[in-house]
Design a protein around this ligand. Structure first.
Ligand SMILES: [Zn+2]
Length: 497
């Protein structure tokens, strides 16, 4: 089965923040899980590089917008490599083939009458790059979303006939409950639809940096329209038909809850005009808050992903994001929560299990994998596996980890009760064998979540393979008895709280 998964494109005018990391890590975990389930997977992420904000930022830095975009695209891709993000394609909206796709789609919609020429009169927020209905505060007109002053504009523009798709989008959402996820977001989208949709302006007369529209005026295409089409170009639409046919439509698109309208309303409407099948699932996750506030530059409470990575490494960072909060809800980010989760789950439960077990194998079995029975671990593995897969299919990451923890807890308890340190030779080995075997399975289960740490566990067990390259069938292929352990080290050193 083929599986196509996407994150939104990240805007090159923004420094990467924890929200970007969250979406990308969640998508990566799912992509890895699907690959290990035997699916042919295409995982798309990338950068959104057009728009007035990029042009203005570049001119402040006295460089070309393309140079700024190049620099920031490199910042993102470097961060993704540090976080072990296994994307299949890093897409950039300034790639030449994307320009061709955007213009072809635009032309087709013009010909069909789904895009028409009109006049926009109203207010514009430069920050959002969007026409807005301002709110009045202290006799100043402010953007309703970001509270920055807005500009009055009156300009010719091309409009996407979004209003004509209101009922079709509504019907689709009602017919396919998986389309808007989590469930509780559906009513939010439906209530927005019931207020009525206005046609959407898809060109910007006064923006200098964008894809020229195929119109006599060549006004640049509105960044959001341009960016949404990346999900098509990125998988080969009009460019690599074979890839496109294999993977379209998206199986899962992950987004933050702030971009629901674009993805649950405008995006399906665009696909309807192109007669393309709609994504199976578009899942909106929550925000990471600091003291219940959204992280923002102006509040000065932004957590830098690079600092967290430097301090804790990729595994601990990925683990915290996916374990701490049920996917879909908001979460509270704090150093205290992070450290607590790290010490209890990673240093104590998992790290200590690996450490004390392998120490005992060294001492009691000469550092070789011992002989012994593993029926009990097999039984528990089967149980955990079926629950784990059910939870992963629902993107219930946190619950999936909890399920694996049943195995971790069982193994720790088994060690405590059977006390293999009291025995010698084969007798000690027989008690250690199921624990060593259990540890290997834990590493396989957790590999989509914390790939680097699981690779290390495999190495310490003396295995030459990467669990991420494996398959769920490997759960039941036992470690060869007599094999030497690899070099060992402390996986997750305990942190002072
Ligand atoms: Zn704004």
């Amino acid at each position: 089965m083929n599986y196509y998964i996407t994150t939104p494109l990240y805007y090159v005018n923004d420094e990467p923040h924890i929200g970007h990391v969250y979406t990308t890590v969640a998508a990566d975990c799912l992509a890895r899980y699907k690959r290990m389930s035997g699916c042919r997977t295409f995982f798309l992420t990338g950068t959104d590089e057009h728009g007035q904000k990029v042009a203005e930022a570049a001119s402040k830095k006295q460089c070309q917008p393309q140079e700024l975009a190049d620099r920031m695209a490199a910042v993102y891709s470097e961060l993704w490599s540090q976080l072990e993000i296994s994307y299949d394609r890093f897409f950039r909206t300034t790639e030449p083939e994307h320009e061709k796709v955007v213009q072809t789609v635009f032309t087709r919609l013009l010909q069909q009458g789904d895009i028409y020429r009109g006049e926009y009169q109203g207010w514009y927020c430069v920050h959002e790059e969007n026409y807005v209905t301002p709110v009045l505060e202290n006799s100043q007109r402010l953007c309703p979303d970001c509270r920055r002053p807005v500009r009055e504009v009156a300009e010719p523009s091309y409009f996407f006939r979004l209003s004509a798709y209101q009922e079709k989008v509504r019907q689709h959402i009602l017919t396919y409950p998986d389309f808007v996820q989590p469930d509780f977001r559906r009513n939010e989208v439906l209530s927005f639809l019931s207020q009525g949709l206005l046609d959407l302006s898809v060109t910007r007369k006064n923006v200098s940096w964008g894809i020229p529209s195929p119109t006599p005026e060549r006004y640049p295409v509105y960044v959001w329209f341009d960016a949404l089409l990346n999900y098509l170009t990125g998988v080969g639409y009009l460019c690599q038909e074979e890839t496109f046919t294999a993977f379209w439509p998206p199986s899962v698109q992950l987004i933050g809850k702030d971009i629901i309208r674009f993805h649950h309303i405008i995006w399906p409407a665009i696909l309807m005009t192109l007669n393309l099948p709609l994504p199976e699932k578009i899942f909106a996750h929550g925000w990471w808050l600091v003291n219940r506030d959204k992280m923002s530059k102006s509040l000065g409470n932004v957590v830098s992903p690079r600092d967290v990575l430097k301090e804790y490494g990729s595994s601990a960072f990925r683990f915290f994001l996916l374990r701490e909060v049920p996917f879909g809800l908001d979460g509270e980010y704090s150093e205290t929560n992070f450290c607590k989760r790290y010490n209890s789950d990673l240093a104590n439960d998992l790290g200590n299990l690996v450490n004390r077990t392998l120490n005992l194998v060294e001492k009691k079995c000469g550092g070789r994998i011992p002989e012994g029975q593993v029926e009990e671990v097999n039984r528990l593995t089967e149980e955990v596996q079926s629950l784990f897969r059910e939870k992963m299919e629902r993107l219930a990451y946190s619950e999936a980890i909890e399920t694996v923890w049943r195995l971790v807890i069982h193994l720790n308890k088994f060690l405590d009760e059977k006390a293999p340190w009291r025995y010698q030779g084969e007798q000690a080995g027989r008690l250690l064998r199921p624990v060593v075997e259990g540890i290997r399975r834990v590493a396989l289960f957790l590999s989509p979540f914390i790939p680097a740490a699981c690779r290390d566990i495999y190495k310490m067990l003396g295995l030459q393979t990467d669990p991420a390259a494996g398959n769920w069938k490997d759960l039941f292929s036992p470690l060869p008895a007599g094999q030497n352990l690899g070099p060992r080290f402390i996986l997750f050193p305990r942190r002072p709280p």
